[in-house]
Write a protein that binds this ligand. Structure first.
Ligand code: GAP
Length: 460
């Protein structure tokens, strides 16, 4: 860990932001602790009604960017369980490890590189951050992060399979299938979104590091010799995408991996980092994986994974430039960057300033009162909008409180049916960010929303 990473710079976030995000996530139904009624389970989270919408919207924006936008990228959805030889070939069985130390006094386990004195080799001088005892740490041992399970009816070593620790290998082993069936010429890419599992020694910071998470990965297969240029291209494209989500530029930066940080398969790697309340941390990596993976799978499977360039009459194993983002971690970035508090009339307004195209609910519809047919008009408007948007109908309670609830959900537009609606068939549209209220005709609300969401989406 570099000195730069040990400091926690002033992130400009509201105080205690992580606690506030955890609390809002539960209160509004973004994220719950898994198996909460049983006391939870080590660092796994469930996405509630708002969380699953936000996650889907981030995922779709990534998919549109990667698969729809470039004509040389296609999608894949591979299985989580794979032939265990995949993980021998990829190097994960042998090398996907973290150094683990344990305090003999309280039995808390730590990653050795997270404890300053242990990392420097001074085990005797290290005090346990949990129980305070000095010099009680075991020698570091390598701990494999892959979860094991058994396939079939026998629980024996021969039937061991792994939950994938990255989605990438599903892409590598399908390289030939996809290239042949989709008739792609190098350079081309394969994109995938899915679950990955790592038995992290020290998970934490809410959904930042969890044992079950989702990745959005793309492997771009290129001719050897062109990988450096493609690496630069993908670095820029990925940073542009992060900015297009609305994440503040001043909280984004690149971090190049030093020799001590590079994964076993990498020649060069850059992280895209976000300035979290707990410091600069990665949420996406761009990696030059050379021909490491395809060559290893070729050797271990005995199947040729070469590409034949007909025009040049040339046969080669492609190099790979990988873009690998955490979907759940990107969601935390989006939440942290959108969370805002402002004082209004002696009260604190909590608002998620989400890009409207990412917002879980795009429009809320309220009848001002339960009288004069307002609920019926509001219900009809909500029903008309539902085909195109995720709409929330809220028919009771003070209008102020209804607005505040939607502010916390990040809903960009609230439509209120009031007395004037009954006279002139217009509704109040209240903007989440500016709090401005405009009148829009009932028949024009759909077009208004379409335009606003399309404009927000065009930023992607
Ligand atoms: N295929 C390359 C690969 O998996 P990685 O840097 O290990 O690279 C890529 O992971 C991304 O996956 C990270 O930038 C992060 O966003 C996400 N990620 C990794 N481990 C995670 C964890 N335990 N919890 C949540 N997200 C994680």
């Amino acid at each position: 860990m570099t000195a730069e990473k040990l400091q926690t710079p002033d992130s400009g976030h509201p105080p205690d932001l992580m606690d506030k995000i955890v609390s809002l996530s539960k209160r509004r139904g973004f994220i719950f602790q898994s198996s909460e009624i049983y006391g939870g389970v080590g660092s796994v989270y469930d996405y509630g009604p708002l969380g699953v919408e936000l996650k889907n919207n981030i995922q779709q924006s990534w998919w549109r960017e990667m698969v729809f936008r470039y004509d040389n990228i296609v999608g894949l959805d591979a299985g989580i369980l794979m032939n265990p030889e995949v993980w021998v070939a990829s190097g994960h069985v042998g090398a996907f490890t973290d150094p683990l130390v344990e305090c003999r006094n309280c039995h808390r386990r730590y990653r050795a590189d997270e404890l300053e004195q242990v990392a420097a080799g001074n085990l005797e001088a290290q005090q346990c951050p949990s129980c305070g005892k000095t010099g009680e740490f075991t020698e570091p041992r390598q701990f494999n992060l892959m979860f094991k399970t058994f396939m079939g009816a026998v629980e024996q070593e021969a039937a061991t399979v792994y939950l994938r620790p990255e989605t990438a290998q599903g892409i590598f082993v399908n390289f030939k299938n996809v290239q042949d069936s989709a008739r792609r010429k190098v350079p081309f890419g394969i994109a995938q979104v899915g679950k990955a599992f790592r038995n992290e020694i020290t998970p934490g910071n809410f959904i930042f590091r969890t044992r079950e998470f989702e990745q959005m990965e793309m492997q771009f297969f290129v001719k050897p010799g062109s990988e450096d240029e493609w690496f630069e291209t993908w670095k820029e494209r990925r940073m542009d995408w992060a900015r297009s989500l609305g994440i503040r530029s001043e909280r984004l930066r690149f971090h190049q991996h030093g020799p001590d940080e590079l994964a076993h398969y990498c020649k060069d790697a850059y992280d895209i980092e976000y300035l979290f309340p707990f410091g600069w941390q990665e949420f996406e990596g761009i990696h030059n994986r050379t021909d490491y993976d395809l060559t290893r799978h070729q050797e271990h499977s005995g199947k040729k994974l070469e590409y034949f360039d007909q025009a040049a009459n040339d046969r080669f194993v492609p190099y790979v430039v990988e873009t690998s983002a955490g979907l759940s971690r990107t969601l935390l970035v989006v939440l942290a960057d959108a969370y805002d508090e402002e004082e209004i009339e002696g009260d604190t307004r909590v608002v998620l300033r989400l890009n409207p195209a990412l917002a879980p609910v795009q429009a809320a519809v309220f009848p001002l009162t339960k009288k004069d047919g307002m609920p019926e008009v509001a219900e009809k408007l909500a029903a008309d909008l539902r085909g195109s948007f995720n709409v929330f109908f809220d028919g009771a309670g003070s209008i102020g409180r209804r607005y505040r609830r939607q502010d916390e959900a990040g809903t960009p537009f609230c439509m209120t049916i009031d007395n004037q609606t009954l006279e002139d068939q217009t509704v109040t549209v209240r903007d989440r960010d500016t709090l401005e209220q405009t009148r829009v005709s009932l028949t024009g609300v759909s077009a208004y929303l379409h335009e606003a969401i399309a404009a927000a989406r065009n930023q992607f």
